[in-house]
Write a protein that binds this ligand. Structure first.
Ligand code: 1GP
Length: 251
């Protein structure tokens, strides 16, 4: 429960958090060596490790490399039951509550449960909601489910509320990696108004302004993935941005 306690403490303090998404398919030693120093310097909170589809078997290598070069907590963000490793610190136990695919609501969880148990991973029950953000992403395709339309704020809010009522510990609103635009701040705000659990927001965040809009609308954690390939220095600005919400400047 260490990672979830950390999130709860930050939320109680009104402090925002940043996660960098590392897709093992897209990163090798060279790109990790480039991105990790920015993660450290920016004092981001977590690394999310995973992808909708891992074409190459590089999860273990990626975790080994990160653990040898950084102390940042590694949270698995699994695209499938194949993405489980005891080398990580926690796993987002994702239920795709915006979809209606029973395998992604409970089936895969039953298959994954003994492996997660064996690995001793902290499990964070997460209501995962895919939102349509201008394009059709790999996450949308791989889920085989319709995403929530970008302007249907009430559907998003009631889906998140149902997730909270089911006992989920986090809501992750995702436009999908490489989303054309981030989730509309109005949708985040509508969800924020009705639920109490922490909200993670990702997909298509490429600028400090977009990150700020997500935070102001009520996101507790923002996730940045794609943008780090071309401009990892964005993390430095995001680190400053999250510290502007904190009364304790070392956070
Ligand atoms: C995707 O929320 C993450 O699941 C991050 O998205 O790669 O577009 O930043 P980006």
């Amino acid at each position: 429960t260490n990672i979830y306690n950390y999130i709860q403490n930050k939320v109680q303090q009104g402090t925002k958090m940043i996660a960098a998404l590392i897709d093992p398919d897209k990163n090798d030693e060279r790109s990790l060596s480039r991105i990790l120093p920015y993660c450290e310097e920016a004092k981001i909170d977590f690394l999310f490790i995973g992808g909708s589809l891992l074409v190459r078997d590089r999860l273990e290598f990626t975790l080994d490399f990160i653990k040898n070069h950084s102390n940042l907590p590694c949270i698995l963000f699994p695209g499938s039951v194949m993405q489980i490793s005891s080398k990580a610190d926690a796993i987002l136990f994702l239920s795709l509550i915006s979809g209606r695919n029973p395998e992604l609501l409970i089936g895969n969880h039953v298959i994954a449960a003994p492996y997660i148990y064996e690995a001793g991973l902290e499990t964070i029950s997460t209501g995962y909601m895919l939102i349509h953000c201008g394009n059709y992403t790999t996450a949308h395709y791989m889920s085989g489910c319709m995403p929530i339309p970008s302007n249907k704020y009430e559907i998003a809010a009631m889906t998140a509320l149902a997730g909270q009522m089911l006992g989920m510990k986090l809501i992750y609103m995702d436009g999908g990696s490489g989303a054309a635009h981030p989730i509309e701040p109005g949708m985040i705000a509508t969800v924020r108004k009705i639920i109490q659990i922490p909200i993670v927001v990702g997909g298509g965040i490429r600028t400090e302004t977009q990150a700020k809009q997500a935070f102001e609308a009520g996101a507790d954690v923002i996730v940045v993935g794609n943008a780090l390939e071309s401009s990892p220095e964005l993390l430095i600005d995001l680190g400053k941005l999250k510290r502007s919400y904190s009364s304790n400047p070392v956070n």
